[in-house]
Design a protein around this ligand. Structure first.
Ligand code: AMP
Ligand code: GLY
Length: 442
Protein backbone atom coordinates (compact mmCIF):
# COMPACT_ATOMS: atom_id res chain seq x y z
CA UNK A 1 0.00 0.00 0.00
CA UNK A 2 1.23 3.48 -0.80
CA UNK A 3 1.63 5.93 2.05
CA UNK A 4 -0.15 9.26 2.23
CA UNK A 5 1.58 11.74 -0.03
CA UNK A 6 3.48 9.07 -1.96
CA UNK A 7 3.49 9.24 -5.72
CA UNK A 8 1.63 6.55 -7.57
CA UNK A 9 1.66 6.64 -11.39
CA UNK A 10 2.59 10.30 -11.07
CA UNK A 11 -0.41 10.91 -8.84
CA UNK A 12 -0.86 11.20 -5.13
CA UNK A 13 -2.80 9.07 -2.76
CA UNK A 14 -4.71 9.93 0.39
CA UNK A 15 -3.46 13.45 0.82
CA UNK A 16 -4.71 15.67 3.66
CA UNK A 17 -4.77 19.35 2.81
CA UNK A 18 -5.29 22.40 5.02
CA UNK A 19 -6.37 25.56 3.20
CA UNK A 20 -5.73 28.89 4.93
CA UNK A 21 -8.04 31.86 4.30
CA UNK A 22 -11.59 33.15 4.65
CA UNK A 23 -12.79 34.05 1.16
CA UNK A 24 -14.21 33.16 -2.23
CA UNK A 25 -10.81 32.18 -3.56
CA UNK A 26 -10.44 29.71 -0.69
CA UNK A 27 -13.90 28.29 -1.33
CA UNK A 28 -12.88 27.69 -4.96
CA UNK A 29 -9.63 26.02 -3.85
CA UNK A 30 -11.48 23.85 -1.29
CA UNK A 31 -13.97 22.85 -3.96
CA UNK A 32 -11.25 21.87 -6.44
CA UNK A 33 -9.32 19.92 -3.80
CA UNK A 34 -12.47 18.12 -2.67
CA UNK A 35 -12.98 16.97 -6.27
CA UNK A 36 -9.42 15.61 -6.47
CA UNK A 37 -9.59 11.79 -6.19
CA UNK A 38 -6.14 11.69 -4.59
CA UNK A 39 -7.07 14.11 -1.80
CA UNK A 40 -8.96 12.36 0.97
CA UNK A 41 -9.30 15.16 3.52
CA UNK A 42 -9.67 18.92 3.17
CA UNK A 43 -9.76 21.35 6.09
CA UNK A 44 -9.96 25.12 6.05
CA UNK A 45 -9.05 27.83 8.56
CA UNK A 46 -10.86 30.04 9.23
CA UNK A 47 -13.11 29.52 6.17
CA UNK A 48 -16.60 30.99 6.00
CA UNK A 49 -20.19 29.75 6.20
CA UNK A 50 -20.13 28.25 2.69
CA UNK A 51 -16.81 26.50 3.15
CA UNK A 52 -18.10 25.09 6.45
CA UNK A 53 -20.93 23.40 4.52
CA UNK A 54 -18.34 21.51 2.44
CA UNK A 55 -15.41 20.72 4.77
CA UNK A 56 -14.33 21.01 8.41
CA UNK A 57 -13.33 24.55 9.34
CA UNK A 58 -11.17 25.71 12.24
CA UNK A 59 -11.46 29.14 13.79
CA UNK A 60 -7.85 30.06 14.35
CA UNK A 61 -6.03 33.32 13.69
CA UNK A 62 -4.81 32.46 10.19
CA UNK A 63 -2.25 35.26 10.29
CA UNK A 64 -0.47 33.84 13.34
CA UNK A 65 2.29 31.52 12.06
CA UNK A 66 2.42 29.46 15.29
CA UNK A 67 -1.35 28.86 15.22
CA UNK A 68 -1.24 27.63 11.62
CA UNK A 69 1.71 25.29 12.30
CA UNK A 70 0.02 23.87 15.36
CA UNK A 71 -3.24 23.20 13.48
CA UNK A 72 -1.37 21.60 10.56
CA UNK A 73 0.49 19.34 13.01
CA UNK A 74 -2.68 18.44 14.86
CA UNK A 75 -4.38 17.51 11.57
CA UNK A 76 -1.25 15.76 10.24
CA UNK A 77 -1.63 17.78 7.05
CA UNK A 78 0.46 16.66 4.06
CA UNK A 79 0.10 20.09 2.48
CA UNK A 80 -0.95 23.58 3.56
CA UNK A 81 -2.26 25.92 0.86
CA UNK A 82 -2.17 29.59 1.85
CA UNK A 83 -4.83 31.64 0.02
CA UNK A 84 -4.50 35.34 0.93
CA UNK A 85 -1.52 37.71 0.98
CA UNK A 86 -1.71 38.74 4.64
CA UNK A 87 -0.65 35.37 6.18
CA UNK A 88 2.14 35.13 3.59
CA UNK A 89 3.40 38.60 4.49
CA UNK A 90 3.16 37.56 8.16
CA UNK A 91 5.53 34.63 7.59
CA UNK A 92 3.09 31.71 7.76
CA UNK A 93 4.91 29.85 4.97
CA UNK A 94 8.29 30.36 6.68
CA UNK A 95 6.98 28.85 9.90
CA UNK A 96 5.51 25.82 8.09
CA UNK A 97 8.77 25.24 6.20
CA UNK A 98 10.69 25.45 9.47
CA UNK A 99 8.35 22.79 10.90
CA UNK A 100 8.92 20.55 7.86
CA UNK A 101 5.36 20.84 6.52
CA UNK A 102 4.97 21.23 2.74
CA UNK A 103 3.37 24.60 2.00
CA UNK A 104 2.03 26.05 -1.22
CA UNK A 105 2.74 29.77 -0.92
CA UNK A 106 5.85 31.94 -0.82
CA UNK A 107 8.03 32.86 2.15
CA UNK A 108 7.71 36.33 3.62
CA UNK A 109 10.77 37.45 1.66
CA UNK A 110 9.42 36.13 -1.65
CA UNK A 111 5.93 37.52 -0.95
CA UNK A 112 7.50 40.99 -1.07
CA UNK A 113 6.75 40.75 -4.80
CA UNK A 114 3.20 41.62 -3.77
CA UNK A 115 3.67 43.30 -0.39
CA UNK A 116 5.91 46.07 -1.74
CA UNK A 117 5.28 47.61 -5.15
CA UNK A 118 8.71 49.28 -4.99
CA UNK A 119 10.36 45.86 -4.41
CA UNK A 120 8.43 44.38 -7.35
CA UNK A 121 9.59 47.23 -9.59
CA UNK A 122 13.19 46.61 -8.52
CA UNK A 123 12.95 42.89 -9.35
CA UNK A 124 11.34 43.66 -12.70
CA UNK A 125 14.08 46.16 -13.57
CA UNK A 126 16.80 43.65 -12.67
CA UNK A 127 15.06 40.87 -14.63
CA UNK A 128 14.21 43.15 -17.58
CA UNK A 129 10.54 42.37 -17.26
CA UNK A 130 8.40 44.84 -19.24
CA UNK A 131 6.37 47.09 -16.92
CA UNK A 132 5.15 50.67 -16.60
CA UNK A 133 7.82 53.32 -16.01
CA UNK A 134 7.56 54.44 -12.40
CA UNK A 135 8.91 56.81 -9.76
CA UNK A 136 8.81 56.24 -6.02
CA UNK A 137 7.76 59.40 -4.15
CA UNK A 138 8.12 60.04 -0.42
CA UNK A 139 6.80 63.64 -0.24
CA UNK A 140 4.52 66.10 -2.00
CA UNK A 141 7.23 67.76 -4.09
CA UNK A 142 8.43 64.40 -5.45
CA UNK A 143 4.85 63.33 -6.11
CA UNK A 144 4.08 66.54 -8.05
CA UNK A 145 7.18 66.19 -10.14
CA UNK A 146 6.39 62.53 -10.96
CA UNK A 147 2.76 63.34 -11.85
CA UNK A 148 3.90 66.07 -14.24
CA UNK A 149 6.56 63.84 -15.76
CA UNK A 150 4.03 61.21 -16.84
CA UNK A 151 0.97 63.44 -17.40
CA UNK A 152 -2.67 62.33 -17.33
CA UNK A 153 -4.20 59.83 -16.77
CA UNK A 154 -2.38 59.62 -13.45
CA UNK A 155 -1.64 56.36 -11.64
CA UNK A 156 -0.81 56.62 -7.92
CA UNK A 157 -0.26 53.49 -5.81
CA UNK A 158 0.15 53.07 -2.09
CA UNK A 159 3.39 51.10 -1.70
CA UNK A 160 2.05 48.55 0.82
CA UNK A 161 -0.71 45.94 0.87
CA UNK A 162 -4.12 47.56 0.35
CA UNK A 163 -6.41 44.73 -0.85
CA UNK A 164 -6.60 46.17 -4.36
CA UNK A 165 -7.90 49.47 -3.05
CA UNK A 166 -4.66 51.46 -2.71
CA UNK A 167 -4.52 52.48 -6.35
CA UNK A 168 -6.04 55.64 -7.81
CA UNK A 169 -6.23 56.03 -11.59
CA UNK A 170 -7.61 59.44 -12.53
CA UNK A 171 -7.30 62.31 -14.98
CA UNK A 172 -7.80 64.76 -12.11
CA UNK A 173 -4.37 65.93 -10.94
CA UNK A 174 -5.75 67.23 -7.61
CA UNK A 175 -7.33 63.82 -6.86
CA UNK A 176 -4.07 62.04 -7.75
CA UNK A 177 -2.08 64.36 -5.48
CA UNK A 178 -4.62 64.03 -2.66
CA UNK A 179 -4.23 60.21 -2.73
CA UNK A 180 -0.43 60.55 -2.58
CA UNK A 181 -0.71 62.97 0.35
CA UNK A 182 -3.10 60.65 2.21
CA UNK A 183 -0.51 57.85 1.84
CA UNK A 184 2.29 60.12 3.11
CA UNK A 185 0.15 61.15 6.08
CA UNK A 186 -0.38 57.47 6.90
CA UNK A 187 3.40 57.13 6.98
CA UNK A 188 3.76 55.45 3.59
CA UNK A 189 5.39 56.06 0.24
CA UNK A 190 3.78 55.94 -3.19
CA UNK A 191 4.66 54.62 -6.61
CA UNK A 192 3.58 56.95 -9.43
CA UNK A 193 3.62 55.47 -12.89
CA UNK A 194 2.90 55.69 -16.57
CA UNK A 195 -0.70 54.85 -17.54
CA UNK A 196 -0.93 51.54 -19.40
CA UNK A 197 -3.64 51.53 -22.03
CA UNK A 198 -5.05 48.17 -23.10
CA UNK A 199 -7.11 45.21 -21.89
CA UNK A 200 -6.00 43.59 -18.63
CA UNK A 201 -5.21 39.91 -18.13
CA UNK A 202 -4.58 37.93 -14.97
CA UNK A 203 -2.26 34.97 -15.55
CA UNK A 204 -1.60 32.69 -12.58
CA UNK A 205 1.67 30.79 -12.80
CA UNK A 206 2.24 27.87 -10.40
CA UNK A 207 5.90 27.95 -9.29
CA UNK A 208 8.14 25.65 -7.26
CA UNK A 209 11.08 28.03 -6.95
CA UNK A 210 12.59 26.98 -10.30
CA UNK A 211 9.89 25.58 -12.53
CA UNK A 212 6.60 27.09 -13.60
CA UNK A 213 3.27 25.96 -15.04
CA UNK A 214 0.69 28.53 -16.22
CA UNK A 215 -3.03 28.28 -15.57
CA UNK A 216 -5.61 29.48 -18.08
CA UNK A 217 -5.74 33.32 -18.41
CA UNK A 218 -8.62 35.26 -16.88
CA UNK A 219 -9.87 38.82 -16.78
CA UNK A 220 -11.32 40.53 -13.75
CA UNK A 221 -13.30 43.73 -13.24
CA UNK A 222 -11.89 46.06 -10.63
CA UNK A 223 -14.35 48.95 -10.47
CA UNK A 224 -17.52 48.76 -8.42
CA UNK A 225 -19.99 49.98 -11.07
CA UNK A 226 -20.92 49.02 -14.64
CA UNK A 227 -18.79 50.47 -17.46
CA UNK A 228 -15.78 50.47 -15.12
CA UNK A 229 -17.06 53.42 -13.13
CA UNK A 230 -16.54 54.21 -9.45
CA UNK A 231 -13.75 53.25 -7.06
CA UNK A 232 -11.47 50.21 -7.34
CA UNK A 233 -12.48 47.09 -5.41
CA UNK A 234 -10.84 43.72 -4.81
CA UNK A 235 -12.65 42.56 -7.99
CA UNK A 236 -16.34 42.37 -8.97
CA UNK A 237 -16.31 39.44 -11.40
CA UNK A 238 -14.15 37.46 -13.79
CA UNK A 239 -14.18 35.07 -16.73
CA UNK A 240 -11.90 32.52 -18.33
CA UNK A 241 -10.58 31.65 -20.90
CA UNK A 242 -9.98 34.80 -22.97
CA UNK A 243 -10.81 34.05 -26.60
CA UNK A 244 -9.54 37.43 -27.74
CA UNK A 245 -5.91 36.93 -26.68
CA UNK A 246 -3.32 36.70 -29.48
CA UNK A 247 -1.87 33.24 -30.19
CA UNK A 248 1.28 32.60 -28.17
CA UNK A 249 0.30 35.04 -25.41
CA UNK A 250 0.84 32.64 -22.50
CA UNK A 251 4.19 31.44 -23.89
CA UNK A 252 5.33 35.04 -24.23
CA UNK A 253 4.38 35.85 -20.63
CA UNK A 254 6.26 32.76 -19.44
CA UNK A 255 9.37 33.72 -21.44
CA UNK A 256 9.42 37.45 -20.77
CA UNK A 257 7.83 37.69 -17.33
CA UNK A 258 7.51 34.48 -15.29
CA UNK A 259 10.87 32.77 -15.88
CA UNK A 260 13.01 35.94 -15.66
CA UNK A 261 11.24 36.82 -12.39
CA UNK A 262 11.74 33.32 -10.96
CA UNK A 263 15.43 33.40 -11.93
CA UNK A 264 15.89 36.82 -10.33
CA UNK A 265 14.17 35.70 -7.10
CA UNK A 266 16.36 32.59 -6.98
CA UNK A 267 19.44 34.72 -7.63
CA UNK A 268 18.49 36.92 -4.66
CA UNK A 269 18.33 33.88 -2.44
CA UNK A 270 14.55 34.11 -2.07
CA UNK A 271 13.15 31.54 -4.51
CA UNK A 272 9.43 31.93 -5.20
CA UNK A 273 7.06 29.03 -4.51
CA UNK A 274 3.32 29.44 -4.94
CA UNK A 275 1.25 31.42 -7.44
CA UNK A 276 3.05 34.18 -9.28
CA UNK A 277 0.02 36.23 -10.25
CA UNK A 278 0.95 38.28 -13.29
CA UNK A 279 -1.43 41.24 -13.64
CA UNK A 280 -0.82 42.34 -17.22
CA UNK A 281 -1.91 45.01 -19.66
CA UNK A 282 -1.90 44.12 -23.35
CA UNK A 283 -0.85 47.50 -24.76
CA UNK A 284 -0.20 48.49 -28.36
CA UNK A 285 3.52 48.29 -27.57
CA UNK A 286 3.22 44.77 -26.15
CA UNK A 287 2.72 43.04 -22.82
CA UNK A 288 3.36 45.08 -19.66
CA UNK A 289 3.18 43.95 -16.03
CA UNK A 290 0.78 46.10 -14.01
CA UNK A 291 1.49 44.27 -10.79
CA UNK A 292 2.55 40.99 -9.28
CA UNK A 293 0.64 39.23 -6.56
CA UNK A 294 1.97 36.29 -4.59
CA UNK A 295 -1.25 34.23 -4.51
CA UNK A 296 -4.29 33.24 -6.55
CA UNK A 297 -6.51 36.16 -7.59
CA UNK A 298 -9.98 36.66 -6.22
CA UNK A 299 -12.46 36.43 -8.00
CA UNK A 300 -10.50 35.04 -11.00
CA UNK A 301 -9.77 31.76 -9.18
CA UNK A 302 -13.48 30.96 -8.92
CA UNK A 303 -13.67 31.00 -12.76
CA UNK A 304 -10.26 29.47 -13.50
CA UNK A 305 -10.47 26.48 -11.15
CA UNK A 306 -14.04 25.74 -12.26
CA UNK A 307 -12.50 24.70 -15.61
CA UNK A 308 -9.41 22.82 -14.40
CA UNK A 309 -9.63 19.09 -15.10
CA UNK A 310 -6.20 18.09 -13.78
CA UNK A 311 -6.56 17.21 -10.07
CA UNK A 312 -5.36 20.30 -8.19
CA UNK A 313 -3.84 18.66 -5.11
CA UNK A 314 -1.04 16.88 -7.01
CA UNK A 315 -0.03 20.08 -8.79
CA UNK A 316 0.10 22.15 -5.59
CA UNK A 317 1.94 19.44 -3.62
CA UNK A 318 4.50 19.04 -6.43
CA UNK A 319 5.05 22.83 -6.38
CA UNK A 320 5.39 22.86 -2.59
CA UNK A 321 8.00 20.09 -2.75
CA UNK A 322 10.00 21.66 -5.60
CA UNK A 323 9.02 18.81 -7.90
CA UNK A 324 7.08 20.63 -10.58
CA UNK A 325 7.89 19.70 -14.12
CA UNK A 326 7.96 22.57 -16.63
CA UNK A 327 6.62 20.20 -19.22
CA UNK A 328 3.49 19.47 -17.16
CA UNK A 329 0.44 20.27 -19.23
CA UNK A 330 -2.72 20.96 -17.33
CA UNK A 331 -5.99 19.94 -18.94
CA UNK A 332 -8.99 22.24 -19.12
CA UNK A 333 -12.69 21.93 -19.75
CA UNK A 334 -13.76 23.33 -23.11
CA UNK A 335 -16.43 25.30 -21.33
CA UNK A 336 -16.22 28.97 -20.42
CA UNK A 337 -16.64 30.15 -16.83
CA UNK A 338 -17.97 33.51 -15.66
CA UNK A 339 -18.31 34.60 -12.05
CA UNK A 340 -20.20 37.60 -10.76
CA UNK A 341 -19.48 38.97 -7.30
CA UNK A 342 -22.33 40.13 -5.09
CA UNK A 343 -21.02 42.70 -2.62
CA UNK A 344 -22.47 44.21 0.54
CA UNK A 345 -24.21 47.57 0.68
CA UNK A 346 -21.68 50.44 0.76
CA UNK A 347 -18.72 48.28 -0.39
CA UNK A 348 -15.85 49.20 -1.08
CA UNK A 349 -16.27 51.81 1.64
CA UNK A 350 -17.42 50.38 5.01
CA UNK A 351 -19.66 47.43 4.09
CA UNK A 352 -22.99 47.00 5.88
CA UNK A 353 -22.99 43.57 7.54
CA UNK A 354 -25.58 41.35 9.17
CA UNK A 355 -28.33 41.01 6.53
CA UNK A 356 -29.78 37.54 5.92
CA UNK A 357 -29.02 36.22 2.41
CA UNK A 358 -31.87 34.50 0.56
CA UNK A 359 -31.90 32.37 -2.58
CA UNK A 360 -28.61 30.49 -2.17
CA UNK A 361 -30.20 27.05 -2.57
CA UNK A 362 -32.18 28.17 -5.61
CA UNK A 363 -29.02 29.53 -7.25
CA UNK A 364 -27.03 26.37 -6.50
CA UNK A 365 -29.89 24.26 -7.89
CA UNK A 366 -29.48 25.74 -11.37
CA UNK A 367 -27.56 23.52 -13.78
CA UNK A 368 -24.03 24.80 -14.40
CA UNK A 369 -24.21 27.26 -11.50
CA UNK A 370 -22.51 27.17 -8.12
CA UNK A 371 -21.98 29.81 -5.50
CA UNK A 372 -18.60 30.45 -3.90
CA UNK A 373 -18.92 32.11 -0.49
CA UNK A 374 -16.62 34.96 0.52
CA UNK A 375 -17.82 37.22 3.35
CA UNK A 376 -20.54 35.02 4.87
CA UNK A 377 -21.37 33.81 8.37
CA UNK A 378 -24.11 31.62 9.86
CA UNK A 379 -26.37 33.08 12.55
CA UNK A 380 -27.88 31.23 15.55
CA UNK A 381 -30.93 30.23 13.48
CA UNK A 382 -28.77 28.74 10.73
CA UNK A 383 -29.33 31.63 8.31
CA UNK A 384 -26.43 32.65 6.08
CA UNK A 385 -25.64 36.34 6.64
CA UNK A 386 -23.50 39.08 5.15
CA UNK A 387 -20.17 39.24 7.01
CA UNK A 388 -17.80 41.05 4.65
CA UNK A 389 -17.40 43.39 1.66
CA UNK A 390 -17.45 40.89 -1.16
CA UNK A 391 -20.01 38.35 -0.05
CA UNK A 392 -20.48 35.77 -2.82
CA UNK A 393 -19.25 34.92 -6.30
CA UNK A 394 -21.83 33.22 -8.47
CA UNK A 395 -20.07 30.98 -11.00
CA UNK A 396 -21.72 29.97 -14.29
CA UNK A 397 -20.34 27.49 -16.83
CA UNK A 398 -21.45 27.31 -20.44
CA UNK A 399 -20.39 26.18 -23.90
CA UNK A 400 -19.53 29.75 -24.79
CA UNK A 401 -19.27 33.08 -23.06
CA UNK A 402 -22.91 33.97 -23.72
CA UNK A 403 -24.11 30.73 -22.12
CA UNK A 404 -21.75 31.10 -19.15
CA UNK A 405 -22.88 34.69 -18.55
CA UNK A 406 -26.49 33.63 -18.81
CA UNK A 407 -25.95 30.90 -16.21
CA UNK A 408 -24.06 33.17 -13.80
CA UNK A 409 -26.68 35.92 -14.01
CA UNK A 410 -29.51 33.40 -13.59
CA UNK A 411 -27.84 32.51 -10.29
CA UNK A 412 -27.40 36.15 -9.31
CA UNK A 413 -31.11 36.77 -9.97
CA UNK A 414 -32.06 34.20 -7.31
CA UNK A 415 -30.00 35.79 -4.52
CA UNK A 416 -30.89 38.87 -2.53
CA UNK A 417 -30.48 40.94 0.63
CA UNK A 418 -31.01 44.65 1.23
CA UNK A 419 -28.37 46.77 -0.52
CA UNK A 420 -26.70 43.86 -2.38
CA UNK A 421 -24.59 45.15 -5.27
CA UNK A 422 -23.40 43.40 -8.42
CA UNK A 423 -22.30 44.55 -11.85
CA UNK A 424 -24.50 43.65 -14.80
CA UNK A 425 -21.72 43.82 -17.41
CA UNK A 426 -19.18 41.19 -16.32
CA UNK A 427 -17.64 39.73 -19.53
CA UNK A 428 -20.14 41.64 -21.68
CA UNK A 429 -17.58 43.40 -23.88
CA UNK A 430 -15.86 40.09 -24.56
CA UNK A 431 -19.20 38.46 -25.40
CA UNK A 432 -19.85 41.26 -27.89
CA UNK A 433 -16.37 40.95 -29.41
CA UNK A 434 -15.52 44.49 -28.34
CA UNK A 435 -12.11 43.83 -26.80
CA UNK A 436 -9.47 45.03 -29.19
CA UNK A 437 -5.79 44.16 -28.87
CA UNK A 438 -3.83 46.84 -30.75
CA UNK A 439 -0.44 45.72 -32.00
CA UNK A 440 2.00 48.42 -33.04
CA UNK A 441 5.22 46.61 -32.22
CA UNK A 442 6.69 44.67 -29.36
P1 AMP B 1 -2.91 47.15 -8.76
O1 AMP B 1 -3.25 47.18 -7.29
O2 AMP B 1 -1.52 47.55 -9.07
O3 AMP B 1 -3.37 45.90 -9.40
O4 AMP B 1 -3.87 48.20 -9.46
C1 AMP B 1 -5.26 48.06 -9.43
C2 AMP B 1 -5.84 48.41 -10.77
O5 AMP B 1 -5.48 49.77 -11.11
C3 AMP B 1 -5.29 47.58 -11.92
O6 AMP B 1 -5.95 46.37 -12.07
C4 AMP B 1 -5.56 48.49 -13.08
O7 AMP B 1 -6.90 48.45 -13.47
C5 AMP B 1 -5.27 49.85 -12.51
N1 AMP B 1 -3.88 50.20 -12.79
C6 AMP B 1 -2.82 50.00 -12.00
N2 AMP B 1 -1.68 50.43 -12.58
C7 AMP B 1 -2.02 50.93 -13.78
C8 AMP B 1 -1.30 51.55 -14.84
N3 AMP B 1 0.03 51.77 -14.78
N4 AMP B 1 -1.98 51.94 -15.93
C9 AMP B 1 -3.32 51.76 -16.00
N5 AMP B 1 -4.07 51.20 -15.03
C10 AMP B 1 -3.44 50.80 -13.92
N1 GLY C 1 -8.70 40.17 -8.49
C1 GLY C 1 -7.59 40.92 -8.07
C2 GLY C 1 -6.80 40.34 -7.00
O1 GLY C 1 -7.00 39.23 -6.58
O2 GLY C 1 -5.89 41.03 -6.55
Amino acid sequence: MAEAGEYFSGKLLAVKVLVIGPGGREHAIVRALSADPYVNEVHCAPGNAGIAQDVTTHSIDAQAPAAVVSLAQQLASDLVVVGPEAPLAAGVADALIAAGIPVFGPTKAAAQLEASKAFAKDVMAAAQVPTAMAHVATNTAEAESALDDFGAPYVVKDDGLAAGKGVVVTSDRAEALAHAEACFEAGGTVVIEEFLDGPEVSLFVICDGKHAVPLSPAQDFKRIFDNDQGPNTGGMGAYSPLEWLPAGFVDEVMERVAYPTLREMEHRGTPFTGVLYCGLAVTKRGIRVIEFNARFGDPETQAVLARLKTPLGGVLLAAAKGELDDAEQLTWSKQTAVDVVIAAENYPDTPVKGAVITGLDAANAIDSVHVAHAGTAADADGNITVAGGRVLAVVGLGDDLAAARKAAYAGVAEISWPGAQSRSDIALKAERGEIIVANESK
